[in-house]
Write a protein that binds this ligand. Structure first.
Ligand SMILES: [Zn+2]
Length: 186
């Protein structure tokens, strides 16, 4: 792998992070080892920075650009992503697969996901009895309503009542709502 091999990839990329160049070169030079290729790329790029062919346009993470793209490098760079949490554009650190602009947004997304999971679990639990609700399609009888009232007064949950009556949780909630509207306070 010669310096000119590295240059070809850089010319093609215009704006880049070191790891992006390494990634491309490894397709052909993998047998040299990732560390070897990375060191070669690094020293080549810094030598071109020293002589002015390449400009370092961003510090964290380090982004480089060919001199003629240095001013409007953002327009030529594909590594700018939009944070799905706060909507801020940011430069993703290639190789680390980061999807969020900051640790804070990453944590936020994680909390959001775990809340969704909990909600899903509660929903599954609530409706797990629905498939065995044998009276699902039957009309509510006076007797059913009487049992419903008694169980509600005893402080039973909608799921417990649903299981007892062989009905779905939705159905029990709906009936309680109707009774409430009809003057029966729950
Ligand atoms: Zn963000």
């Amino acid at each position: 792998m010669r310096k000119s091999d590295i240059w070809i990839v850089i010319e093609d990329s215009k704006v880049f992070q070191l790891s992006e160049i390494v990634e491309v070169l490894l397709k052909e030079w993998e047998f040299l080892g990732k560390n070897y290729v990375r060191n070669k790329v690094q020293s080549a790029v810094y030598s071109w920075v020293t002589c002015g062919l390449i400009v370092k346009v961003n510090d964290d993470p380090p982004v480089f650009a060919l001199k003629k793209y240095a001013d409007d490098w953002k327009e030529h760079y594909s590594g700018i992503k939009t944070c799905p949490v706060c909507g801020t554009p940011f430069i993703s650190k290639r190789g680390e697969q980061d999807r969020y602009c900051s640790k804070k947004c990453y944590e936020k997304a994680k909390t959001r996901r775990s809340k969704e999971k909990t909600r899903e679990r509660v929903k599954n639990y609530l409706h797990s009895a629905d498939s065995t609700a044998v009276n699902k399609y039957k009309e509510w009888t006076e007797k059913d309503i009487e049992i419903l009232r008694k169980l509600k007064e005893k402080g039973k949950s909608c799921r417990e009542i649903a299981t007892e009556l062989g009905r779905t949780v939705y159905s029990v909630r709906w009936k309680l709502q109707r009774l409430k509207e009809a003057g029966y306070a729950s």
